[in-house]
Design a protein around this ligand. Structure first.
Ligand code: ZN
Length: 677
């Protein structure tokens, strides 16, 4: 066996400002957990760290929306998210939080060390300020139009439409998220990281990285090609890690400066909890450690550029060996969106299904190299056609047959046929393929090659026909059951990373002790005469009605979040000058008569103050003839005259149309002739 490696794995710290959904799981957590579980089985020394990101504008905005304190928000969602991760079997060694004392101290220490090395550039700059709330407007406190793609709902730190990273002053038509007003510019001081100056050193380091995914390195290269610029490490906010300088009162560290440091502070807390407070140093300060950051693609710049620069310039820390970031997961063909209610919340999923089912379905469609799609129909197909029909069925037929025809014990293998040996060899071959895939961060492939062993098993079982041989050639039947049970045993470890709770059940059925490792996967895991237990079926099929219920729930929530408007969409903007070309006047109807042969048109005489006009209007069905005399109206007075049913109309009366097509007068109390502007 190769030397035991020391491995530190981190998953992006989720903001503690809301519940977690499918996209989170697919991005940074399921993949890391697959890797960690695999590495633990291999026997490496693995520590897996995560925690809540409790700082930053997303937290304070969530608090303001609910009218509670930021502390209330983070306390609630920290506990909720920690629990949902546990329920899904995400096997963190420690789940910290960035509001902890340890984290504040660690972040401040790192800031001060860099400050002592004159890393930061102090700059005075104009920044957006909300005078009504007496507050600078960093990041998401400003919304406006993206200078890159024209999306009108872009945030001050990022455009969610095109993915561009922005600064608040770059937004076109910025508006404060607090007051809704146009912010003013005001001078403030901040400490900037001179990323551009370190770029050559960073590039040198990046050139030494091996095995990085093309989607990750591609994004990094594109940032580098554009050239890195200074990035502020501080913010004018009251919630966060205070900047540890006397001259920086009232300022906190930028959330993306302190959040990745959360990995370090959580490792320190883990070490204390395990009774060896210095143990964290082995993982962060020993060159032999392999550090892996699992993240979604929106965090690539922070983990491949900013945080490595901080660690590099600090000097005491190891840098990541790889950052196997995932792309985005879509849902039913559409972009996931919490604000539009287009999401599957993990805690809600657990009310209806087992966690293993989602681990498998999601693991099989991970957005590893490009965006991918989760659909409930695909979920159902994965569960029914793969977990139940392939894996569950193979295990069940093997155990049931053994129970009925071999006294519930693993029969001896005597004089195996070529086909028996071939099936046993498949255990070794598939283990090899799965190992290679895990080592290369190809998790979809690892899962597919794992379940392929159950496919081999099913095919073998069918071909050897134990239901026939049990009468004709009992030893052949015994051999089939022996080989099948060995395959089941191998599967119970091979599929442990993706199906931890079902494979534990399977091992119980097979009488496999709890201590397992990757090396135990072999063609002879079970000794003959071991008692096995049929137990429950591992996977039940998901019914159409259960899937319909989920799809309906999703659509109802989306509808509730986006009430379809009964009014038509607004037209494109026009210039003020175009509007001023219209001559709108107050008027009063003097008389009305029906136009022959038309059931819609009325001939109206209108007093426009300066003159009287004849106007033909298609309102006959919407008004009472008797009530028209004396009706105050708004008139387009400079519309070119037009003949309708032989009568020349000298203007147009403005009407408002409701959603049912009913017309009502746009009234005015002004004296006839008054211009309307
Ligand atoms: Zn954009």
């Amino acid at each position: 066996m190769a030397d035991k490696k020391r491995i530190l794995v981190t998953s992006a710290l989720p903001y503690a400002n809301g519940p977690l959904h499918l996209g989170h799981l697919a991005g940074a957590y399921l993949t890391a957990d697959l890797y960690v579980r695999y590495k633990r089985l291999v026997g490496d020394d693995v520590v897996y760290i995560c925690g809540s990101d409790e700082h930053g504008v997303p937290i304070t905005i969530a608090a303001e929306k609910e009218g509670v304190s930021p502390q209330d928000i983070v306390d609630r969602y920290h506990e909720m998210n920690k629990k949902v991760f546990e329920d899904f079997g995400i096997s963190f060694d420690y789940y910290g939080r960035t509001s902890s004392k340890m984290h504040h101290e660690t972040s401040q220490e790192i800031f001060l060390k860099l400050h002592g090395k004159s890393f930061f550039k102090k700059k005075t700059e104009q920044q957006l300020y909300d005078a009504k709330f007496n507050m600078f407007l960093p990041d998401r406190y400003v919304k406006g139009t993206c200078p890159n793609c024209g999306y009108t709902e872009a945030y001050g730190d990022q455009c969610e439409n095109c993915g561009a990273s922005l600064s608040p002053t770059e937004l076109i038509n910025p508006v404060s998220a607090l007051s809704g007003e146009v912010p003013e510019l005001k001078e403030t001081e901040h400490w900037y990281m001179p990323l551009g100056e370190i770029q050559p050193k960073l590039e040198q380091w990046l050139n030494t990285r091996e095995g990085w995914k093309a989607n990750v390195m591609g994004q990094v290269k594109s940032w580098l090609n554009d050239g890195l610029s200074d990035r502020a490490a501080t913010r004018d906010l009251s919630w966060g890690v205070p900047v540890p300088l006397d001259e920086a009162k009232g300022k906190v560290l930028y959330v993306w400066f302190d959040a990745p440091i959360g990995y370090i502070s959580a490792t320190k807390e883990w070490a204390i909890e395990n009774g060896n407070p210095d143990a964290w140093k082995n993982y962060w300060q020993d060159e032999e450690t392999e550090l892996y950051h699992f993240i979604g693609k929106d965090n690539i710049v922070f983990h491949c550029i900013m945080f490595p620069i901080v660690l590099m310039e600090h000097g005491d820390y190891v840098l990541p060996k790889n950052v196997p970031a995932n792309e985005f997961l879509n849902l039913e063909g559409k972009k996931l969106s919490t604000s539009r209610g287009w999401a599957v919340w993990l805690h809600e999923y657990l009310e209806d299904f087992e966690p293993d089912l989602l681990r498998y379905a999601l693991g099989s469609t991970l957005p590893e190299n490009k965006d991918s799609d989760f659909s409930w129909k695909d979920f159902q197909a994965r569960v029914n056609n793969e977990l139940a029909a392939v894996l569950g069925n193979f295990v069940n037929r093997s155990l049931t047959f053994t129970d009925k025809f071999a006294d519930g014990k693993v029969p001896e293998l005597i004089n195996p046929s070529k086909i028996d040996s071939g099936a046993l060899q498949a255990i070794i071959d598939q283990k090899e393929k799965v190992t290679t895939a895990y080592e290369a961060f190809r998790f979809k492939e690892a899962i597919a090659e794992s379940i392929n062993l159950a496919r081999v098993g099913n095919k073998y079982f069918t071909e050897t026909e134990p239901w026939k041989t049990r009468n004709e050639n009992p030893q052949a039947c015994n051999n089939t059951l022996h080989v099948s049970l060995q395959i089941c045993a191998a599967l119970s470890v091979l599929m442990e990373p993706v199906l931890p709770s079902s494979m534990k059940k399977l091992r119980d059925q097979l009488g496999i002790a709890s201590e397992i490792n990757w090396n135990t996967i072999s063609d002879s895991m079970l000794t003959s005469n071991t008692k096995v237990d049929v137990g429950e079926v591992l996977f039940n099929k998901v019914e159409n009605s259960e899937i319909d219920k989920q799809i309906q729930k999703l659509e109802e929530r989306a509808a509730a979040n986006n009430p379809a408007s009964k009014f038509p969409e607004l037209k494109d903007n026009i210039e003020f000058g175009d509007f001023m070309k219209l001559d709108l006047r107050a008027g009063e109807i003097l008389s009305a008569e029906k136009i022959e042969k038309s059931d819609k048109l009325l001939k109206l005489q209108v007093d426009l103050g300066i003159e009287k006009r004849i106007i033909v209007s298609g309102i006959a069905k919407h008004v009472e003839m008797d009530s028209l005399k004396g009706q105050k109206v708004c008139v387009v007075a400079n519309l070119a005259p037009k003949k309708l049913m032989g009568v020349e109309s000298q203007g147009m009366i403005l009407m408002a149309e409701d959603s049912e097509g009913n017309l009502k007068f746009a009234e005015t109390t002004a004296e006839p002739g008054s211009p309307i502007t």
